[in-house]
Design a protein around this ligand. Structure first.
Ligand SMILES: Cc1cc2nc3c(=O)[nH]c(=O)nc-3n(C[C@H](O)[C@H](O)[C@H](O)COP(=O)(O)O)c2cc1C
Length: 176
């Protein structure tokens, strides 16, 4: 299968970078083809809401999303969303890419998806909103959820490296 991994962290070697690496390792061990788009290190712009695309045409932005990621998303069988939890939500970097789905919403329907998220705290509220958002998005996009790795209580790479979450990410990739 073709798997698109969208990451949203500005930390080059942070907690979710480790989750992404492990997920990719697991998926590659099963022969899947990976395309990774690290939103924080790309030339990307937020949706202007101009509706020039009419939800199915080219976007007025000619950036790395329009010129590269969108085509990969259209071809993908699986979309992996990988993000630190920022104020109970996806990071702005990842949300910027998600909002740009708008220009090709109908072509990005009917996929499979996974969520890998990490957060510093570990309370009943830590993963509540981001999980609900992911599930609502998946429902709207007609994506079949293939699993979530919710690494609460992981403020740093050192912290997450001591947990089972990287292994969970590997197994999720391997399970596809
Ligand atoms: C702007 C910002 C907002 C954050 N919001 C939350 C939050 O709502 N809940 C939480 O538990 N941790 C929060 N954190 C902590 C990060 O989610 C956590 O450190 C995560 O492991 C960072 O992942 P990364 O290294 O992949 O960027 C926040 C961090 C930043 C910088």
């Amino acid at each position: 299968m073709k798997i698109v991994v969208l990451t949203g962290s500005p930390h080059k070697e942070g907690t979710t970078d480790l989750l992404a690496d492990k997920f990719i390792e697991g998926a590659e061990s099963k022969g899947h083809e990976i395309y990774r788009f690290d939103a924080a290190f790309r030339n990307i712009h937020p949706c202007l809401g101009c509706d020039a695309c009419g939800m199915s045409g080219p976007c007025v932005h000619k950036d790395d999303i329009e010129n590269e990621a969108i085509q990969k998303l259209r071809e993908a069988d699986v979309i992996a969303l990988v993000t630190p939890v920022y104020y109970f939500a996806f990071s702005a970097q990842l949300k910027t890419v998600i909002d740009r789905f708008y220009s090709r919403t109908y072509d990005i329907n009917n996929k499979q998806s996974v969520l890998l998220a990490a957060a510093g705290s570990n309370t009943p509220l830590t993963m509540r909103s981001i999980t609900k958002h992911y599930q609502t998005l998946a429902g709207y996009m007609h994506w079949q959820d293939r699993g979530m790795v919710l690494a609460a209580g992981c403020p740093t790479r050192d912290a997450i490296a001591k947990t089972n979450y990287p292994d969970e990410a590997f197994k999720l990739g391997q399970s596809l």
